[in-house]
Ligand binder design. Sequence first.
Ligand SMILES: Cc1cc2nc3c(=O)[nH]c(=O)nc-3n(C[C@H](O)[C@H](O)[C@H](O)COP(=O)(O)OP(=O)(O)OC[C@H]3O[C@@H](n4cnc5c(N)ncnc54)[C@H](O)[C@@H]3O)c2cc1C
Length: 328
Amino acid sequence: MASIVTFAEHRDGKLRRPSLEAVSEARRLAGALGASVESVILGSGGFLSGLADELASYGADKVHVFDAEALASYSTEVYARALAGVVSGTGATVVLVPFTAMGRDLAPRAAASLSAGLVSDCVALSVKDGRLEARRPMYAGKAYATVRWEGQPQMATLRPNVFPLGARDASRKAEIVTANVETGSRARVVGVHATATGKVELTEAQIIVSGGRGLKGPENFHLVESLAGALGAAVGASRAVVDAGWVDHQYQVGQTGKTVSPSLYVACGISGAIQHLAGMSSSKYIVAINKDADAPIFKIASYGLVGDVFEILPKLTEAARAYLASKG
Ligand SMILES: Cc1cc2nc3c(=O)[nH]c(=O)nc-3n(C[C@H](O)[C@H](O)[C@H](O)COP(=O)(O)OP(=O)(O)OC[C@H]3O[C@@H](n4cnc5c(N)ncnc54)[C@H](O)[C@@H]3O)c2cc1C
């Protein structure tokens, strides 16, 4: 039987949402392709078996668990070797990897070693004549391409927050396979230093409030953070404010920052340069606040507020707090 292999990424003992989106999408495609769904997870520790069960509940028929101390930290070389090993061992026809920082690094390496075609940053997948067809943005989101693969396996990275989660069925069980990989590598991780803890991860956030140069200075960025706090949102930023040193690069949204697809993106004092739009134009609803009615951000905004961020943001924050408090 043909199989679809998905790569599962986790952090702090929990599966990252894009991993669940990948396995959900694999389950959705499995019927049309007459394929089974197999997931690959690597790491170190007993918690991996719980994560394997969770992958099963979202649709995996089989989970390949690589559990070794040497796999505790991500290594491109070793992780790609493990993923490619499962793909060639199962003769998988389709491989789905989340388009996260790790997936962007891992998938090309695994694809190269498998001589497979890789379509990155897919926003839709369908099956035509028994083969996969993908839709992906091009030219920083100005156009969309429909792409088909030649040969097998057909590898794709999936943009986070675009593919819906399937219905979870906790009674669904998968075959769990303990797998091994040669852990020798030319690079060694000597330490991992987390910068932001306890904050909503930008690429997985359902709501993002982003600030741009219209905030005038770092001392005013708290206005963006307050609205984000009120909405339970992640904070984002334009490159202009990152380059000016107001906030760290990890907050940058755009072509050279993070690609996000939240349900709601609030752009505050951001002009809407094409490089910024490249990272957020697939958001479901976009609210723009800008004092220039001709700012390009309004061309893609679902709702536009022409006005001063210094007047609007405090009122919006207060209104959001009051509304959410009234909802209990
Ligand atoms: C190769 C390359 C890669 C790039 N990658 C990225 C990227 O990843 N992400 C990114 O964001 N940019 C990127 N850029 C930069 C991009 O071209 C823009 O320069 C940047 O996005 C502008 O940031 P901004 O909108 O905050 O600032 P500006 O363009 O200066 O816009 C500020 C906006 O704030 C409005 N404003 C001013 N005062 C107020 C106020 N009081 N109230 C309300 N509105 C106000 C103004 O009307 C204006 O529209 C890249 C550029 C290049 C060349």
